[in-house]
Ligand binder design. Structure first.
Ligand code: IPM
Ligand code: MN
Length: 403
């Protein structure tokens, strides 16, 4: 045993991280409540301290106040928080005078304002969750055949705020959406994809580490630039297989051979569209998490929207928000160089995986009957069980000194 150092009677300072929670519209508050409970418990079980601030925001908030979020919310995300977890934005009838979605200022304010250029969207099917590809016959595939991450460029493309309408005599005559692709924007997101591929175990089908460039380079100039930069960046990663696929063909391949894909990288709107389909492979929008990541900041949210049709009914699936919370803790751990935060994130994913494999905590969208908070309760029970198992097995194991 290590000798006690003088001063060790002082309470040890625990590792601390700061999170801004933005519940937002529709089902956002319901799912963020569960994500927050789970994230806070995971941190506590790992002996970590979480400081929180929460702000209302979104389209409904705009209808009530004339603002999309309080003035102090963005500075808190930028200057105070280590990470942000957002529920969803968008509310029926909440449209800004210029026609934009009210609440969009929160989402895009964070994406552009914090330069969150890599929108990382894993599609992983856990045993116990049914995929949602339905048709004349139900397709059966082993859950382990879906384990990919699609990375969507998040700060340019069709989402660059360079668009407008020409109105003559009160009538809209022409509308233009310009698509901006830059070398810098392409390079940093493509590099992120290759770095991630190095950490992963390869595609489920053949175990090969692979990055797929998804584009429409046969038609679009921006995609030719994107593909060219992809080929340049790939030279620095000779250990990783690469390929190009046109986005239309990719949409087919995604459903026909999901096991082929490991990491995919694409431009903003193509990624927006492709990740909705990829979510279907992992059980639907209710379970698809995401992390929007920059060099200094990150924001996490379920891929799903605010789902106003089921808001307030207590039936929304909180797993997307909970798994986004797990990604958030992992990212905090990477940033801080802390295995403890990464471990807390991994513990959440392990708990969710064990829970659904046992047929528990399944909400109606994935074949169960549990409500939003019952799913949160079930994850919390598993988390506690995981922590007990981890501590009792380490107590049984003789302590060995690490070489
Ligand atoms: C998403 C959403 C948003 C987007 C909407 C709400 C503006 O669909 O995060 O995928 O298009 O990026
Ligand atoms: Mn989308």
């Amino acid at each position: 045993m290590k000798a006690k150092r003088p001063g060790s009677l002082k309470p040890s300072t625990r590792e601390t991280a700061r999170v801004v929670w933005l519940p937002g519209d529709g089902v956002g508050p319901e799912v963020v409540r569960e994500a927050r409970r789970v994230v806070e418990r995971a941190a506590e079980l790992a002996g970590l301290e979480l400081e929180s601030r929460e702000y209302p925001c979104g389209g409904r908030y705009w209808l009530q106040t004339g603002k999309e979020w309080p003035d102090e919310a963005f500075p808190a995300c930028r200057d105070w928080a280590d990470a942000v977890l957002l529920g969803a934005v968008g509310w029926p009838g909440a449209t800004l005078p210029n026609g934009d979605l009210a609440g969009g200022g929160v989402l895009f304010g964070l994406r552009f304002g914090l330069d969150l250029y890599a929108n990382v969207r894993p599609a992983k099917l856990f045993p116990g969750i049914p995929h949602r590809v339905c048709g004349a016959f139900r397709v059966v595939w082993p859950p382990e055949s879906v384990d990919m991450v699609l990375i969507r460029e998040n700060t340019e493309g069709c989402y660059a705020p360079v668009h407008g309408q020409l109105t003559r005599g009160g009538t809209s005559e022409v509308a233009v959406d310009s698509r901006i692709i830059t070398r810098k924007g392409a390079e940093r997101v493509i590099r992120h994809a290759f770095e991630l591929a190095r950490e992963r175990q390869g595609a489920p089908g053949d175990g090969k580490r692979r990055v797929t460039c998804i584009d429409k380079a046969n038609v679009m100039a921006g995609c030719r630039l994107f593909r060219g930069v992809f080929d340049e960046v790939a030279l620095a990663y000779p250990d990783i297989a690469t390929e190009h696929i046109y986005v239309d063909a990719f949409m087919q391949a995604l459903v026909r051979q999901p096991e082929h894909f490991d990491v995919g990288v694409t431009t903003n709107m193509m990624g927006d569209i492709a990740t909705d389909l990829a979510a279907v492979l992992q059980g639907g929008m209710g379970v698809a998490p995401s992390g929007e990541i920059g060099d200094r900041h990150a924001m996490f949210e379920g891929v799903h929207g605010s789902a106003p049709d089921i808001a307030g009914k207590g039936i929304a699936n909180p797993l997307a928000a909970i798994l986004s919370g797990a990604m958030m803790l992992d990212w905090i751990g990477c940033r801080k160089g802390s295995a403890a935060w990464r471990g807390a994130g991994a513990a959440i994913e392990t708990a969710v995986r064990a829970m659904v494999a046992a047929g528990e905590g399944l909400s109606p969208d994935i074949g169960g009957t549990e409500g939003t908070s019952a799913v949160g309760d079930a994850v919390l029970r598993r988390l506690a069980g995981e922590a007990r198992r981890a501590s009792s097995s380490s107590a049984r194991r003789p302590r060995r000194r690490r070489a």
